[in-house]
Design a protein around this ligand. Sequence first.
Ligand SMILES: C[S@@+](CC[C@H](N)C(=O)[O-])C[C@H]1O[C@@H](n2cnc3c(N)ncnc32)[C@H](O)[C@@H]1O
Length: 354
Amino acid sequence: MGRTSKDKRDVYYRLAKENGWRARSAFKLLQLDEEFQLFKGVTRAVDLCAAPGSWSQVLSQKIGGQGSGQVVAVDLQAMAPLPGVTQIQGDITQLSTAKEIIQHFEGCPADLVVCDGAPDVTGLHDVDEYMQAQLLLAALNIATHVLKPGGCFVAKIFRGRDVTLLYSQLRIFFSSVLCAKPKSSRNSSIEAFAVCQGYDPPEGFKPDLSKPLLDHSYDPDFNQLDGPTRIIVPFVTCGDLSAYDSDRSYPLDLQDGSEYKYTPPTQPPIAPPYQEACVLKKTGRLAKEIRPQDCPISRADALSQPLAAPQRHTQLAPEVWKWGSEPISTPAQCASICPQSCGLGAEILFPASQ
Ligand SMILES: C[S@@+](CC[C@H](N)C(=O)[O-])C[C@H]1O[C@@H](n2cnc3c(N)ncnc32)[C@H](O)[C@@H]1O
């Protein structure tokens, strides 16, 4: 696959690099702003789940450029510095992180809290939706501590089965709650953004970090709200109708006949969790399991024990190997016993149990 194939396939990815944004997500916030004028009068903002930092870039340009603006960005992952952005590395669901964020706004509340947080998706939709909802609620909990009355909260939301329960929580705190889908967010994704304007907590509400707004013991039937209690929020697509469709592939723009010039990413993640896996892959040491069904029968028959259960090579130490539970002391022995004749390093499993 060529370096430019993703540029063709994902026009917002390409445009992000060409315009100096760290991620294509920048367009989501820009398109949300086009629709809702999120940045009007904003001088203090919080960017939750900010890495690699394209939303913080947008915020610092839109509000930080005036000199008086303040942006606080928070993420689990380290993020390269940005001018005018204060960074906190931490988990927004943790009390200590929440307290650290709140400290920045004591006596001087924020106008805007945004959260583009996404958990590592598992592919199990219920689990993913639940994790996403928890992130949103952690963000909302922080927002209730730092937002000024009338302030705005924007958060990524998964439009799953239980989403109306989240809307009803949000409606407790904001006079207007909408569900927005920027054109740069793929139609094929259940992602959307809850845009909550007019922060107006119930009378007597005291923000309390020790009480999650919605804890896991909630009654699932509660979500089956109907009649007047059922919350249906307006759904708005944002981004000009002429904006690029994020589900389409576009040819590279080469009208003048010149060769397409590849633009590298603006700011690769500085310490991504997948870094170790990349190094292992480059050095040919990434986990690859040899399944019994992949073994040529003649060689599998020659093994000292039947391959009933999946067996694997395991690197124990640089010179000690195992085939299943049988120790293999040298690469040559490995090559002789291994049905794939993989030899040292061709089929290594990781991590090594020492
Ligand atoms: C889609 S990315 C955000 C992209 C960002 N808005 C941008 O424009 O560059 C989602 C981020 O959520 C962060 N995240 C997930 N769970 C988190 C948590 N519990 N606390 C803090 N950050 C979290 C991830 O580390 C990841 O960087």
